[in-house]
Write a protein that binds this ligand. Structure first.
Ligand code: ADP
Ligand code: MG
Length: 325
């Protein structure tokens, strides 16, 4: 059974008398031991979608559909059950490791806090021991528990955030742009760490990034989001190496893989911006920016369909997806 299953999830923000449909009918699932990447430009709804996993969306948001964690729907469970789920079953790693830690508290104390809150049997001594194990798990010496955040580098702080997310032994970890603020070398180390934790601990992980090349090496599968919807989903290497949707192709081209000769003579970018949630055009939401759009794309919204081309284990929402094979 999938550890995380989202069924037809939509999220609409109500602001200033206006409805902002930020996520529109997303269906996806993640198994234990698997990393799903979610890619897409800023504003495509990635954070909004994943905020529903721990019911962290603001009060102004209305969520429809089902968000099942280990078979239980987070959108309808009591707040008591949601609190029990947070940390212990599912946890989050956020982008801003630099600022998310308390500057006046030693990191060991901060990692121990959720352990002491969630495990009624935990003592200060047992929590300290667990903190040491967690720090070593993320590649830091146990004695660093005595450090204050300002005594750590950016990459080390992000490792501490990961240790904290793992503190209560969750089965599911959602990481929202966990490496975006880090330099390229440190980013690769942190991603390797996360990938090995997924395999060693049998976790299910959702990894969000605007950078498709980062996801292609760190994930098993990738879902590409555009204007609040999934436009392509499939094995990471297939989506990156032979994208079926022109938007995935543009994302792959915008973030070249270093050392990959294919990108050397074909620098590419994508002009324009994704539409605002309330102003999504008719037909295919991507058609105004799509170099391959035909009349049908302007008139008819493409469904997210399984590709029939040989060897493809993918879904794509594009009238031309099969033609590109
Ligand atoms: N609290 C909010 N109230 C109203 N609109 C929001 C709120 N949070 C996000 N949005 C809008 O929802 C859309 C999706 O945002 P977000 O989920 O943050 O995208 P991403 O994570 O892909 O960058 C954006 O257009 C954004 O402006
Ligand atoms: Mg975001």
């Amino acid at each position: 059974m999938a550890l995380l299953e989202m069924r037809d999830v939509s999220v609409t923000y109500r602001t200033g008398g206006l409805d902002v449909p930020a996520v529109r009918g997303v269906t996806l699932s993640v198994d234990s031991g698997e990393t799903l990447g979610i890619a897409g430009e800023s504003g495509c709804g990635k954070s909004t979608l994943t905020s529903t996993v721990l019911r962290m969306q603001p009060k102004s948001a209305t969520v429809t559909g089902e968000v099942l964690v280990d078979g239980k729907d987070v959108t309808t469970m009591t707040w008591g059950k949601v609190r029990a789920l947070r940390w212990a079953q599912a946890s989050m790693v956020f982008q801003g490791a630099m600022h998310a830690l308390n500057p006046v508290q030693k990191i060991g104390v901060q990692i121990a806090e959720p352990i002491l809150l969630h495990d009624k049997k935990a003592t200060h001594a047992s929590a300290d021991k667990r903190v040491g194990e967690l720090l070593e798990m993320v590649g830091l010496p146990a004695r660093r528990a005595d450090a204050y955040p300002h005594q750590l580098s950016g990459g080390q702080k992000q490792r501490v955030m990961i240790a904290m997310a793992l503190a209560c032994g969750p089965q599911l970890v959602v990481a929202d742009e966990p490496t975006t603020a880090l330099d390229v070398m440190v980013q690769a180390q942190v991603l390797d760490l996360m990938a090995s934790l997924v395999k060693d601990l049998g976790l299910a992980m959702v990894l969000i990034s605007h950078d498709l090349s980062v996801l292609s090496s760190a994930c098993d599968r990738i879902a590409v989001m555009y204007a609040g919807q999934i436009v392509e989903e499939g094995p990471a290497t297939q989506v990156f190496d032979s994208p079926a949707h022109p938007y995935s192709g543009a994302l792959a081209g915008a973030f070249p893989r270093i050392g990959d000769a294919r990108f050397r003579y074909a620098p590419s970018g994508l002009p324009g911006d994704p539409p605002f949630p309330g102003e999504v055009p008719d037909g295919c939401s991507f058609h105004p920016r799509c170099p391959r759009a035909i009349d049908r794309c302007r008139a008819e919204e493409p469904a997210l369909l399984q590709l029939t081309r040989p060897g493809a284990d993918r879904r794509a929402a594009c009238h031309l997806a099969e033609v590109r094979a």
